[in-house]
Design a protein around this ligand. Sequence first.
Ligand SMILES: Cc1ncc(COP(=O)(O)O)c(C=O)c1O
Length: 395
Amino acid sequence: MASLTFSPSRSAAKPADRAPDSGPRAALLKLSVPRDFKLPRATAATRGRTAIVRSCQGAQTLVDNGSQRASDVPLLTFSEAVERLQAKRRGWKGKQQYLAMYSSVFGGIVTDPAAMVIPMDDHMVHRGHGVFDTAAIMDGHLYELDQHLDRIVRSASMAKISLPFDRESIKRILIRTVSASKCRKGSLRYWLSAGPGDFQLSPSGCAEPALYAIVIQDQSPFDSSGIKVITSSVPIKPPQFATMKSVNYLPNVLSKMEAEENGAYAAIWLDNEGFIAEGPNMNVAFVTKEKELVMPHFDKILSGCTAKRVLTIAEALVNEGKLQGIKLGNATVEEGKAAEEMMLIGSGVLVRSVVQWDEQVIGNGKEGPVTQFLLNAIIEDMKSGPSTVRTPVPY
Ligand SMILES: Cc1ncc(COP(=O)(O)O)c(C=O)c1O
């Protein structure tokens, strides 16, 4: 790998600024275990499921089916902690498989999921001071890597996170991580954070910014069927935060959960003036009765890489006369609900037809032709688009 240059570390916080009993060591000491602790008797509910697994400093430990229902907290050695991490990972039957992770804290790539960890005192973990982005991996190529890289660099600048390496070195590391993973279809996610240091609010004690990246194998079956959305009751982030892709996704998570609780796929945000904004991890667009493609502009929402690509691809439809025009601007809820077609657009959903918004059926309630064309065009672009959107991975 090419030599990597770290940006100069920032000045450490003055000792007087730090609380005397804060930090990981203090947190560990608070976990001391009473020696005279007695295990509770097994009840009908727990019998057969619990086991005393080891004795540590005179104390006993109860472990229950992988979800540690500890009546006692053991003090583990490093290798015991690693063993437990590996056992936990083996037991987790998640839908996603993690093939490789890069961490600038290790300064390398790991392929054992148990080692895919980040430090507790990273400012991203305890203060949300981090930004992230993704890029799809399709047929051994990274899709729109440069566009996503540009966006994470912009997000980092807005979050006042300096780059741990220059942009080209970050790109090389990301490609190398995908190469080490041997993944040909999946996704690459990466984070820039203020880095580990201490548990203060100010990042001044973070020694150097960090880069983390993970490669996730795609195993989910592709689904392009029309979906339902609702209007989100969770407030949208103010433009300063909605336009950067920071790790503060709590409003997005709550919005997605609200959708799922209502049998919908996503909840749509309106902006502070009541215009249509975006979904929790996707942009939104409409085809009006006048055959105009309308998309909210990106001044109050995330500038979606897929949405921008869709705007370019849709020009072909204008040239063929299948669309009358393309408009980037405000759209009211009434206009949206009266549209012939509505679609969600993003790296995850690609282009997905919305057939119902709240109680309103969109168009004729079926996947629309423009949406289907744009979905097929994006898939084609991922498989055989120009080199500006496809970065080959040397395996
Ligand atoms: C809030 C939000 N809007 C829009 C998008 C779509 O962006 P992209 O097409 O770059 O994935 C995302 C996806 O990351 C998102 O999180």
